[in-house]
Design a protein around this ligand. Structure first.
Ligand code: MRU
Length: 351
């Protein structure tokens, strides 16, 4: 296995080609990352986004860095350069823990391998590991789907927020993976997708990929979620996660918290679908999760059109934290976790 090609990313052996998610669904453009800085910029600028996709891309970025410096036969010089590579990649987005998880996995293997291998041989070893991360991600998502699909009944309508689909992962998706698995199992499932202001991952990406997959989808603006729940149109909410603290608090796209509060008010189960790599056992609770604040123009502009007075003050946190008491269950590749979260998370993380 030397390559991988999915809708989200392709590893060619010398570069990482990413579908440019900034332009979807209006244009299908691609960005070819030929070095680690290209990958870092693509993560920062959200050419690629979604926690597992960010993690896998960073792993390939690490490989590109190793390739760039593999002419350095001095192991210490090589290590120093790869420390710079790791730093550049880790400074891109702070919230999704999969980024740090993937980089630490690569870095650990690098250090182990350097004990008995030359820098030249290391590139191949790291490349294999990055491919492993990518292939594993697809399998993990399918397993999350299998574990979660029994939570849905034939005829259910699911509300989702942001995009936790194939585009947010290497393929298949986490939250959308559960929906895909239920549909593959013969269930008739419909989706309501929040548009997900300000970046519109729901309107642009979730809707695009669900329609492509033939899953009946209805787009609503974020402020309609409460009313559609009140009207009895929603049977379950399923979202992804960027980081889950040890106590089960969940950081996900801004607006997820509001949806969870609304789901509680209406007695609707609120599920989080995420791989174990999204669980940050070191972080005690949601208060310890760094929340990225993004450029204010993401709120001022819709695509290239400014909709508001130029100098208006803006607050643009990209994520929020849903407290564990609002989470009905966390669907992982190992099992479906339910409260008490801290005990069950620690147990599954050490399996
Ligand atoms: O800012 P984004 O688009 O990277 O945020 C993505 C999300 O919040 C997703 O729900 C999360 O990363 C899970 S993706 C399987």
């Amino acid at each position: 296995m030397k390559n991988i090609k999915t809708m989200t990313m392709e590893w060619t052996g010398n570069s990482l080609i990413l579908i440019d998610q900034r332009y979807l669904p209006l244009e299908e453009k691609y960005v070819e990352c030929r070095n680690y800085l290209d990958v870092a910029n693509s993560i920062k600028d959200m050419v690629v986004r979604g926690a597992p996709a960010i993690g896998a891309s960073a792993a390939f970025g690490f490989v590109l860095g190793a390739k760039e410096f593999s002419h350095l036969s001095d192991k210490n010089l090589f290590l120093n350069k790869l420390e710079e590579v790791k730093n550049s990649l880790s400074k891109t987005r702070p919230t999704a823990v999969n980024l740090f998880w993937a980089l630490n996995r690569m870095d650990k293997l690098l250090k182990e391998s350097l004990q008995n291998k030359e820098t030249n041989d290391i590139v191949g070893i790291l490349e294999e590991e990055a491919l492993k991360i990518a292939y594993e991600d697809i399998e993990i998502n399918k397993q999350i789907g299998k574990n979660g699909e029994s939570l849905l009944n034939d005829g259910d309508t699911v509300l989702t927020h942001c995009n936790a689909g194939a585009l947010a992962t290497v393929d298949y998706g986490t939250a959308l993976g559960v929906i895909r698995a239920a549909v593959e199992n013969g269930k008739n499932i419909q989706v309501f997708a929040d548009e997900t202001r300000p970046y519109l991952q729901g309107a642009r990406l979730t809707v695009w990929e669900l329609i492509k997959s033939g899953i009946k989808t209805t787009l609503i603006t974020d402020n309609m979620a409460g009313w559609v729940m009140k009207q009895g149109k929603i049977n379950a909410v399923i979202v992804g996660a960027d980081r889950i603290a040890r106590n089960g608090d969940v950081a996900n796209k801004i607006g997820t918290y509001s949806v969870a509060v609304l789901a509680k008010r209406h007695g609707i189960p609120f599920y989080v679908a995420a791989p174990l790599s999204t669980i940050d056992i070191e972080t005690k609770n949601g208060e310890g999760i760094p929340i990225e604040e993004r450029n204010h123009n993401e709120v001022r502009f819709c695509h290239k059109t400014r909709l508001v007075p130029e100098d208006v003050n803006v607050y643009n946190p990209a994520f929020d934290v849903t407290p564990n008491e609002l989470v009905t269950a966390i669907i992982t590749e190992k099992k479906v976790l339910r409260p008490p979260y801290e005990k069950n998370i620690v147990e599954v993380a050490t399996l």
